[in-house]
Write a protein that binds this ligand. Structure first.
Ligand code: ANZ
Length: 810
């Protein structure tokens, strides 16, 4: 029979594309370019599931569509292949992470190729490849030279089980996975991302990203404007500096709180308080930042025994220690205004500290005011200053100026963003190319890449150093500057993904990270598709490195990704997130084998709007297979005795008028929807068109071929096969996207509304583009309208062509 055999057809065309290099991207500056990029995967051992394919399908449809619209498209793929799982596996089994990684990549690549994705595989990159990470190390050295990479003894998030440091951004996830994370001081490499905080906020205005992602980045960077105030201490010569965003509440500050790690914490402890203070500081070390600051957490604290002076009231303020005050934010010390801050209020209630109201609610005197927008200061004057009654902004400025004039404080902008702790005590990462000399000086490695040595065992050393510390031949050396020891820390997994989108543009360049001319042609990435889970981590780090590369003159754009699109997650059939532990994962290979790539591609896109979270439903894919059979039957009948050649079935007879119009409408709708990543509605439009062709028994060549070209980005294999059957001997991927005739997409007969004084009173049919006079004439013939006009006189007539007629009457 001539039933559609997807398996044979799909293999045939995948081999053809590979052999013809159909999707190899040429360097032709004579065409407009379009760079569409996926967030490249970490090649994990568990393989790809249907959820992973969603974003890749979307980007592939876009790539194919843009090619057919005449763009020179760059659509590459690669592997983010350093990282913990392969190393954990190596610790357990002794298998080199390189081997595990290679195996996983092979399996990932097979699946992606079986999906018919049109990647230019000649540009494939792998972050663990020395030819690649040479340039990751090169960027690190530039950061070092610019003073943006430095070493510091920092309080780190230390994961006990993994024996490694985690970035702040990683902590929450690891705790959720059941790991223990504590704070401990360690010598670390740190990147000064804070130097770019302002630009990282400002340039978000330039990019076409989902608003929620921009907002998450802004919140993560956390810019705030405030004042640093110096409080004199009663029995101590140093001053205590606090950071506040509410200097307007200074008159209501009744005590100060410092963090347990504050340098004055122990010094301020009076003799009777010393034991309690020391014990409190010890306990605080065992908690993570999250445990310390959670709002619902019960507040704990200890009194130091010392007092400071409130410069506005001259009242003594007890100085407390509490772990809800973070060391790493502001000055690690705060003034507490319990009447107007929720946390301070709870703390004051718990420890019986005074509460003084300095703000009145404009609405209700009983209402607590924890909100700057409702701020009207009261009880806020002394012999030099009064801010009573001033709105928030004025009160803030007035207080800030007074403090500055008396040398008691200064305005200050703060960011929640911390510098990025960049070293990991791991084997499977990019070595940090720095040498430490006996006299304490540091020098950069002269030859890159600095590759990883082979090791016997992958266990981290018990001192918290990476396994590299155990390899003497690699570790130690000498040169004209003396004896040195190599840095044993490696870079975090995020490093390689910070700049990979640039390397795709020029993957084989051995002289430079990227050729400037190619960079100018291809950048920015026009469309970047990936999961929302990367809203702050990867997307913030990549933007930071991009800006550094911009400052170095390596790239010509300030931002890497012009448009970002987050696909919604595909849930399991049980409406839960797919995960191994839930046992609801639908492996990509299973559905591919059963239904074929075209059906999986179409089905994933037909599930619903791309940005929406939606459950998988294996039954639904059957409907898609039926649709593909219908497309097939435009050429092939189901009967065994079908002897006529498929091409001979196509006719040159003109289409019926209605079908011609339908075709042009379909071209417009599919084009616009594909452009806007509204793939589900584009697919339903094509389904309707196929039904109409069958209903009309129409095999007009133009109609059928148009359908094939529209469908090709979505279902590339079956459309290639039928394109060939129609008598073409070049790939359908080379066929230009059809254009529609505007005069044919407008409905020929329209329904016109008739309003009287703005109320709908009737409708009538009229040909499109009818002149105003005709519309008026027809409107006055509508029976219900005649009735409403009885006994009234028309004072004005308004005609909106093709839409409505309105009579104003008296
Ligand atoms: C007095 C005050 C009165 C405050 C009031 C708030 C409300 P953002 O906007 O997040 O910057 N703060 C300062 N440093 C802190 C630290 N290291 N740990 C915990 N809290 C800290 O918030 C700044 C406010 O958070 C500061 O303003 C300070 O409390 C607190 F009605 O000072 B405020």
């Amino acid at each position: 029979t001539m039933k559609y055999d997807f398996s044979k057809t799909e293999k045939k065309w995948q081999a053809y594309w590979q052999q013809q290099e159909s999707f190899k991207t040429a360097e032709t500056a004579d065409k407009p370019k379009y760079y569409v990029l996926d967030m490249f995967p970490y090649p994990s051992g568990s393989g790809l599931h249907v959820g992973h394919l969603e974003g890749y399908t979307a980007s592939d449809i876009t790539a194919r569509y843009k090619r057919s619209c005449g763009f020179n498209v760059l659509h590459p793929m690669g592997w983010d292949a350093f990282g913990l799982p392969a190393e954990q596996f190596a610790i357990k089994t002794g298998t080199h992470p390189r081997i595990t990684t290679e195996q996983n990549i092979r399996s990932f690549k097979e699946t992606l190729q079986a999906m018919g994705f049109s990647y230019d595989w000649s540009r494939e990159i792998n972050t663990t490849d020395p030819g690649y990470f040479k340039w990751t190390q090169w960027i690190f050295l530039r950061l070092y030279e610019m003073g943006l990479a430095y070493m510091s003894e920092v309080d780190v998030n230390w994961c006990e089980e993994l024996k490694t440091v985690l970035a702040n951004e990683e902590v929450e996830e690891k705790i959720a996975d059941g790991y223990t994370v504590i704070r401990r001081p360690l010598r670390q490499w740190v990147l000064k991302i804070t130097a770019y905080a302002e630009r990282l906020i400002a340039d978000l205005d330039e990019v076409d990203w989902p608003e929620n992602v921009k907002q998450m980045q802004r919140n993560w960077i956390g810019r705030s404007e405030g004042v640093e105030i110096d409080f004199e201490l009663r029995c101590h010569k140093s001053k205590l500096k606090v950071y506040t965003t509410r200097p307007d509440t200074l008159f209501g500050a009744t005590y100060l709180v410092i963090s347990p790690e504050h340098p004055l914490a122990e010094k301020l402890a009076t003799a009777p308080q010393l034991v309690a203070v020391k014990e409190y500081i010890r306990q605080a070390k065992l908690k993570t930042e999250l445990e310390r600051t959670g709002l619902q957490k019960e507040k704990t604290g200890v009194f130091t025994g010392s007092y400071a002076i409130n410069p506005a009231t001259n009242e003594p303020l007890p100085v407390w220690i509490s772990d809800f005050v973070l060391t790493s934010y502001g000055t690690g010390a705060i003034m507490s205004v319990p009447a107007h801050d929720q946390r301070d209020w709870e703390f004051a209630k718990q420890y019986n500290l005074p509460i003084i109201e300095v703000i009145k609610s404009p609405h209700n005197v009983e209402e607590k005011v924890f909100d700057e927008k409702n701020s009207i200061p009261v009880n806020s004057s002394n012999s030099e200053i009064s801010i009573d009654g001033l709105p928030f902004r004025e009160a803030f400025e007035c207080m800030a100026s007074w403090l500055e004039s008396k040398n008691l404080g200064a305005r200050k902008v703060n960011y929640k963003l911390r510098d990025w702790i960049f070293s990991r005590q791991r084997y499977w990462g990019e070595p940090i190319p720095i040498k430490h000399y006996e006299d304490g000086t540091l020098r950069t490695e002269t030859t890159l890449p600095l590759v990883l040595p082979e090791v016997e065992a992958y266990h981290p050393s018990s001192t918290g150093e990476s396994p590299l510390a155990n390899i003497a031949e690699w570790l130690l050396g000498s040169d004209e500057f003396g004896v040195f020891r190599r840095e044993t820390n490696t870079m975090p997994q995020w490093a390689g993904s910070c700049w990979y989108y640039l390397r795709f543009i020029d993957p084989a360049n051995t002289n430079a990270l990227i050729d400037p001319e190619k960079e100018r042609y291809w950048m920015n990435v026009d469309l970047y598709i990936g999961g929302a889970e990367h809203a702050v981590l990867h997307l913030l780090y990549a933007r930071f490195w991009h800006k550094v590369l911009f400052d170095l003159g390596v790239v010509s754009t300030r931002e890497p990704f012009r448009k970002l699109f987050n696909q919604g997650m595909i849930l399991g059939e049980d409406n839960e997130k797919m995960s191994k532990s839930r046992g609801n994962v639908i492996p990509a290979d299973h559905v591919l084998e059963r239904y074929g790539a075209d059906a999986v591609r179409l089905y994933e896109m037909f599930l619903g709007p791309l940005e929406q979270v939606k459950p998988w439903n294996t039954n639904g894919i059957e409907g898609i297979s039926r649709f593909l059979s219908k497309v097939w039957r435009l050429f092939h009948s189901d009967s065994d005795r079908d002897e006529e050649s498929p091409a001979a079935k196509l006719s040159e007879d003109p289409m019926p008028e209605e079908l011609l119009r339908k075709m042009h409408k379909t071209i417009r709708k599919v084009g616009e929807d594909t452009e806007n990543l509204k793939f589900n509605t584009a697919i339903s439009e094509m389904m309707v068109f196929v039904n109409e062709l069958h209903k009309a028994g129409c095999r007009n060549r133009e109609a059928v071929e148009t359908l094939l070209i529209l469908l090709a980005p979505y279902a590339p294999h079956i459309t290639e096969e039928l394109w060939e059957a129609a008598g073409h001997n070049s790939s359908i991927s080379k066929a230009p996207f059809p254009s529609y005739r505007p005069e044919l997409v407008e409905d020929s007969v329209l329904t016109i509304a008739v309003q009287i004084n703005g109320k709908l009173r009737g409708t009538f049919q009229a040909p499109a583009k009818s002149p105003k006079a005709l519309l008026l004439e027809e409107a006055l013939k509508v029976e219900s309208v005649i009735k409403f006009l009885e006994g009234k006189s028309i004072v004005r007539e308004i005609v909106v062509p093709d839409k409505l007629v309105n009579f104003a009457v008296k």
